[in-house]
Design a protein around this ligand. Structure first.
Ligand code: ANZ
Ligand code: ZN
Length: 829
């Protein structure tokens, strides 16, 4: 190889060989195994664990490349880093594949895990494999069941009847979070409603805490994720108002955010699918009501909430009395009122609420303005007015002229009569966790006809799934565990009274499995408990969590909720388990998400075969800010590979001895190296990984120049620069970094090396380049001291021969200084 750098491409680093060599080394050396009892400070880097759907794909390639950056940096900075991996291995796709291929879900699942595992290892991640877990292993789900029972004891797990989201394709219920635009998030079938008895976690008990504790996440979590969670929780301040119904003892209560419009309520609406509607309907109106209810059940949630949806409804044959003016108003059922929000009943104020106005106009109901806003009369315009104005037709509120005082006044009136009070409502619903499918964690409850719901005693956990090999797992609306093939598993003696009883046949939503896995990594294989307090103290909370923004609500809200329950149980001593969150973008191709139907998929394995792991990882990290999508059509793994070869060549060019003192080396190159060390360390802390890579590239260029046309390959500063290049590259291109490290004669692994601290003296900037513009055109670049004054800068600029030439004797009318970088001269006329 010539020192001029023009080495042929094939020389130097052989990606495929390096991959095999260093994987074996890391495994033998146990380089990435984390020790709970290490005296070093601990840091926990966590990637959202994968679902074993097949081999790794480009999306994994991006997510895991990002997580490896801080993990490797912190390790070299002297932290004991835990970077574990496992599999979220229960779930529907395994079951569907098993049905298609006539195999057992476990076979498909564990075969895919093996495939992914091999790929993960090849991908060169700094993972600790000794902590590997699978949520479908009985030794894991034993503790999922144990946690369920603790929730059950605290009244946080309960069963109730209700209309639930039902996917007709998967034949199972879905949580609200799993319904996206009215469709099943997995199979995109339109979701309908079914009345079923289901298990729930009482996450609504924690709604306010989930909101309040977001203060602790302001710094470390992307603000859009916090906004999405805040929205989902949907805190709404308003009032409960009671209305007496003719012929009924108990009043009905509505939730309203505008109690100040109470005098304008001209009718009331109840959700047709709320039990209340069924209670209120008169005999005469019952047939019409039931026909309407049938139709409503077929509409999807999204249709119901759409503003353009026809405002259908029926009269219930009942009347209520407005508590403030004694007026009798009719009760109707209409599907624009939802059964599971507020109280499932509203007072309709058509003049000031658009949905109510649309409904009133469609059904010929009266409209009464109670706030004069100066806008067109809603009765005529068809547009409800929502703003402030002067109250009219409103008894004691008349004459007030703003919402705040209106609300305060009406609350006083309601309080005097005991018919209303201020309240807070949340959009968040309890977490529906039961699923009527086989491949999930069995719910550890036994149903006894005399004792009711009896928890399986702790010492009988886990309740293992029966094998059911060969049984029909096809979805039929009830769990396969409720079928004939599982009778032997299902029929047990009641643990309390010994009578014949039956196990619960539902399994848990996989989001239960993934709501606590990160605690288990801290205490792998622990037999007596799900995790140990001292182990958690060593690692938790997670310093950096990395995963897709598609989990902004579901997974991230559930794990926050579970943490709060564990905290209240005294099992953990923090409020929030994830200190920092990074949501990487997606890898797309030609502007579109990769998909089979578009045929624009990019195969990760092929990319690796062609360019090597390092080049693929470097490409992914360099492509842009971690949060942004990467369009594979716009990137070039080929150029990444060329760059890595260039970097590798630097190492082979170094001729100084290994322990040479860099202090005597070329000062200019040393300054570049130390500036780069300082910048990269800071950039990674800020999550700007792509810019950090750009800085490594600059360092490689500067070093090349120093070798070829500057101080030469034997200068100690060159060794120093190349040494740091290898360390910095190890964050994204670990194989070539190890090779370089070895070529430099250093002790492997580079992962065990110490990340350098920049020499502050070398960071002092002695001069900066000042650009001089004349009429907007650059005419000179002058080295100046950073502290230069405007007067000095102007004088230096005017003295420059090029500047003088372009001024051509004209006077300078105006000087604009952006010191120390620029002086701009505007000549007269
Ligand atoms: C009377 C009223 C007058 C209302 C007015 C609004 C404006 P947010 O802000 O989302 O909490 N509402 C209450 N429960 C409902 C349900 N189950 N389904 C559909 N709508 C429901 O919305 C609260 C408002 O939405 C409530 O305040 C109620 O209408 C309606 F000028 O009451 B309002
Ligand atoms: Zn019993």
């Amino acid at each position: 190889m010539s020192p001029s750098g023009e080495a042929p491409e094939k020389a130097g680093y052989d990606a495929a060989a390096a991959q095999v060599k260093w994987q074996a080394f890391w495994e033998r050396d146990r380089t990435f195994e984390a020790r709970n009892d290490s005296p070093k400070p601990h840091r926990y880097v966590l990637d959202m664990f994968p679902y074993p759907s097949g081999d790794l794909h480009m999306g994994h390639a991006e997510a895991y490349a990002m997580g490896d950056v801080p993990a490797r940096l912190w390790r070299m900075q002297g932290y004991e880093v835990m970077h574990p991996i496992g599999w979220d291995s229960f779930g529907l796709p395994a079951e569907n594949a098993a049905i298609r291929n006539n195999t057992h879900p476990a076979e498909w699942t564990y075969a895919n895990i093996e495939t992914q595992k091999t790929s993960f290892k090849r991908y060169g991640l700094s993972l600790d494999w000794t902590r590997e877990l699978h949520t479908s292993d009985p030794e894991y789900y034993r503790w999922t069941q144990w946690l369920f029972l603790r929730f059950f004891e605290r009244g946080l797990a309960y069963r109730k009847d209700g209309f639930v989201n039902w996917c007709p394709e998967d034949q199972t219920v879905l949580a609200n979070e799993q319904v996206v635009n009215g469709e099943c998030e997995r199979c995109h079938t339109a979701v309908t409603k079914r009345e079923l008895n289901q298990w729930y976690f009482r996450i609504t008990d924690y709604a306010q805490q989930l909101l309040d504790d977001m203060d602790q996440l302001e710094e470390g979590w992307p603000s859009r994720v916090l906004a999405m969670q805040r929205n989902w929780i949907g805190r709404s301040e308003g009032a409960h108002v009671d209305f007496v119904v003719d012929g009924r003892d108990e009043p009905i209560t509505v939730f309203t955010t505008r109690p100040d419009t109470l005098y304008g309520a001209t009718f009331m609406v109840v959700a047709p699918d709320a039990p209340l509607a069924d209670e209120l309907v008169s005999d005469e109106q019952r047939p019409a009501f039931e026909a309407y209810l049938e139709a409503v059940k077929k509409t999807t949630e999204i249709e119901r909430q759409s503003t353009t949806h026809d405002k259908t409804g029926v009269f219930l044959g009942a009347y209520a009395t407005n508590p403030v003016n004694g007026e009798k108003i009719p009760l109707l059922a209409a599907d624009y009122v939802l059964s599971d929000y507020g109280t499932g009943a509203i007072m309709a104020v058509p003049a000031h609420d658009q949905r109510d106005l649309d409904f009133a106009r469609a059904h010929d109901l009266p409209v009464r303005v109670v706030i004069e806003t100066g806008e067109a009369d809603p009765t005529e315009s068809g547009v409800a007015t929502a703003g402030d104005g002067v109250y009219v037709n409103s008894g004691p509120l008349d004459g007030l002229d703003d919402k705040k005082s209106g609300i305060a006044r009406v609350l006083e009136v309601l309080a005097e009569r005991g018919t209303g009070r201020a309240t807070i409502t949340y959009r968040l619903r309890d977490w529906l966790l039961s699923r009527q499918r086989f491949w999930g964690c069995p719910i550890p409850i036994i149903h006894c006809s005399s004792c009711g719901e009896v928890p399986v005693p702790d010492d009988q956990l886990p309740v293992e799934l029966p094998d059911l090999r060969g049984a029909d797992l096809a979805p039929k609306g009830t769990s396969p565990l409720a079928g004939e093939a599982a009778a032997g598993w299902r029929e047990v003696a009641c643990p309390r009274c010994g009578a014949d009883a039956e196990r619960d046949t539902d399994t848990m939503d996989t989001f239960v499995d993934s709501s606590w896995y990160f605690y288990r990594y801290c205490s792998p294989g622990l037999v007596m408990a799900p995790f140990d307090g001292a182990d958690l103290a060593a690692w938790m909370p997670v310093a950096q969590y990395v995963g897709g923004v598609e989990h902004a609500i579901l997974h991230l809200l559930y794990l926050r909720f579970v943490a709060k329950v564990l905290r209240d149980m005294g099992m953990i001593d923090f409020d929030e388990p994830m200190k920092r969150l990074l949501n990487q973008g997606q890898v797309i191709n030609q502007g579109k998400a990769m998909s089979k139907s578009l045929g624009n998929g990019v195969d990760l394995g092929k990319q690796i075969d062609e360019f090597g792991v390092d080049a693929v990882r470097l490409t992914v990290v360099f492509a842009g800010p971690p949060e942004d999508d990467i369009d594979w059509a716009d990137v070039s793994p080929g150029s990444s590979l060329k760059f890595l070869q260039r970097a590798h060549r630097l190492a082979t060019d170094v001729t100084s001895p290994k322990d040479v003192d860099p202090g005597t080396g070329d000062q200019a190159l040393r300054r570049v190296t130390h500036r780069t060390i300082s910048d990269i360390t800071e950039l990674i802390g800020l999550g700007r990984f792509n810019v950090a890579v750009a800085r490594v590239m600059e360092l490689v260029n500067a070093t090349r120049k120093a070798i070829d046309t500057g101080c030469g390959p034997s200068d100690p500063a060159v060794r120093e620069a190349v040494r740091f290049t290898a360390q910095a590259l190890s964050l994204v291109a670990p194989y070539v970094a190890e090779e370089m490290w070895e070529v430099l004669g250093e002790e492997p692994s580079v992962a065990n090396s110490t990340w350098p601290v920049p020499d502050p003296q070398l960071l002092v900037t002695e001069s900066v380049t000042m650009v001089v513009q004349v009429q907007g055109k650059v005419r000179a670049k002058i080295e100046i001291a950073p502290g230069i004054t405007e007067q000095e800068a102007t004088a230096v600029a005017l003295a420059d021969p090029n500047v003088q030439r372009s001024l051509a004797g004209r006077e300078v009318a105006k000087v604009i200084c952006r010191l120390p970088r620029m002086v701009s001269l505007v000549p007269a006329n």
